[in-house]
Design a protein around this ligand. Structure first.
Ligand SMILES: *Cc1c(COP(=O)(O)O)cnc(C)c1O
Ligand SMILES: [Zn+2]
Length: 500
């Protein structure tokens, strides 16, 4: 739609200007730092940072109903920079001019309602928001579009050059980082560190295909993370893990989209998120807080963070009801099919603690909950979801297992509607489905395949092996007719087909 046709109250706001006054703030000592610095932790106290905007008070002067209109009309613009997460520019990285924004098709992922069969099994009405339909097939693209746009902004201002970007990853961060870095071509090179044999082969192929330098390291993600932290504290590199506060900012778009997907009505809604390094749940809570404070939504949805029993440090922290007695203890992880969330020492734990506290206090009651689920339930619910029209990964299965658990524990009632984060596409994690179907999941995962959930291909061969076609040996006309009849009969028999 042409700019001229938009309503008068919306027109001046449609194309955002880079008016934001962003700065980093330390979660430990509250020190503030200029946004033009490449900074990941506080130089004084080594704590993680969050990005704030001094201009936010001015944004709150625009009525929430006008913001809703701005975002709804912005949907109709064809400007590439505003087609992804930057539709919410004023709330997401408002110091970045549109020319510096990188858009590879991320965000605005579909929201798909569960069918009656699945709803009945779960007991609660719910939707999946399919973040596996992002360009690198996981939600990490949201944070990466933000982090790489911020780097492009610094490059455009001649503040940095010859950038080497690095990250540690359980698979999806490296896929997204390598993809977005490759788009910036010679301006930026990327290197990723992966725990050897702890990412799927699909995930490993992604950064390789994008041309990143890929390093495999013995151990688990937490070990890779320590190496990356060591590198970034000693050398001039750009850190692309969610320690980088720009990642959190970009991932807040997930909440903005949910608000818009449901016509800004968050009453009786519950948002379910799997937790690994805890960057995503921090972003999701923060996003809803910002929209709530700007009166764009009138209610805060309930938030449920889900962890596997094999990697559950956040869940364990909140087991202690008395806030003053809570103590964070990292855990040693055990093998988990929710491998992208298999993290024992989440970098964003201080963010979760601070943001969840604010969230509950704004809501006026406990509104953030944490549940723990078994590996068995993760796999079984993932398979059941996908047998009912979804495309969720194991972490998406973890969300559904979490919703079921939360319903059982009366954290959620059937009066509510849940929105589940399908954080990656099913095919990224199909290796676990394969192991399950072949009953070959290693013992330490503690998963027994449920025969009802198993699905395997059947090879249909002719009785006479001589009568099988191949690329090398084509059959004569008569033999081929025999082959077609033989195999058709066998399939018709297996499918119990009736003659038409
Ligand atoms: C990274 C990731 C997670 C965990 O998100 P955190 O921000 O680390 O808590 C969950 N699912 C998938 C598919 C991921 O890639
Ligand atoms: Zn500090």
């Amino acid at each position: 739609m042409m700019l001229d046709f938009f309503p008068e109250d919306v027109k001046p706001h449609l194309i955002p200007e880079a008016k934001g006054e962003l700065y980093y703030e330390c979660l430990g000592c509250s020190a503030q730092y200029p946004i033009e610095k490449l900074l990941y932790v506080c130089p004084k106290c080594n704590q993680v940072l969050l990005i704030h905007d001094r201009n936010i008070k001015n944004l709150q002067k625009i009525p929430g109903s006008v913001w809703q209109k701005i975002f709804d009309f912005r949907k109709m613009l064809k400007t590439p920079a505003l087609k992804g997460i930057y539709r919410y520019h004023e709330f997401i990285g408002s110091c970045i001019p549109l020319e510096s924004i990188i858009y590879l098709g991320e965000g605005h992922t579909p929201v798909v309602e569960a069918n009656e069969t699945l709803k009945e099994m779960v007991g609660v009405s719910f939707f999946y928001k399919n973040d596996g339909q992002n360009p690198s097939a996981s939600f990490k693209d949201r944070g990466m579009a933000s982090a790489l746009s911020s780097i492009k902004y610094l490059i455009d201002q001649d503040l940095v050059s010859d950038v080497i970007a690095i990250c540690a990853s359980t698979g999806d961060t490296s896929a997204a980082a390598a993809l977005y870095a490759s788009y910036l071509g010679p301006l930026i090179k990327s290197a990723v560190l992966l725990p050897h044999k702890k990412v799927t082969s699909q995930q490993l192929s992604q950064p390789l295909g994008s041309g990143a330098q890929v390093f495999e390291i013995p151990g688990v993600f937490d070990d890779c993370m320590k190496i990356v932290e060591n590198l970034s504290s000693q050398y001039s590199v750009v850190l692309l893990n969610s320690k980088n506060a720009w990642r959190i900012l970009g991932q807040e778009s997930y909440s903005y989209e949910i608000a818009q997907d449901f016509d800004w009505d968050m009453k009786n809604k519950t948002v379910v998120v799997p937790i690994g390094n805890a960057g995503n749940i921090s972003a999701v809570m923060n996003g809803f807080i910002k929209f709530y404070e700007a009166n764009i939504i009138n209610d805060l949805p309930k938030i449920i963070g889900v962890q596997s029993e094999h990697a559950d440090p956040v869940f364990r922290y909140y087991l202690e009801p008395d806030e003053s007695k809570r103590q964070f203890k990292p855990v040693d992880t055990k093998p988990s099919v929710a491998q992208a969330a298999m993290i024992g020492n989440p970098v964003s734990m201080p963010r979760v603690i601070q943001i969840a506290k604010k969230y509950n206090s704004l809501a006026g009651c406990q509104h953030v909950f944490f549940v723990q689920v078994t590996e068995q339930s993760i796999m079984d619910w993932q398979l059941l979801a996908n047998k009912n029209g979804h495309i969720v990964c194991t972490q998406g299965g973890e969300c559904l297992a979490g919703l079921v658990k939360a319903f059982k524990n009366n954290i959620v009632t059937n009066k509510e509607t849940a929105i589940l984060d399908a954080t990656a596409h099913a095919i990224k994690f199909s290796e676990f489905q394969d192991l399950y179907f072949k009953a070959k999941i290693p013992k330490d995962y503690k998963i027994k395949p449920n025969p009802g959930n198993i699905n395997l291909p059947s090879l249909i061969l002719p009785d006479n092996p001589e009568l099988a076609p191949s690329q090398k040996k084509r059959l004569g006309e008569k033999d081929f007719q025999k082959f077609v009849k033989d195999i058709s009969d066998k399939i018709a028999n297996k499918l119990n087909l009736k003659v038409s």
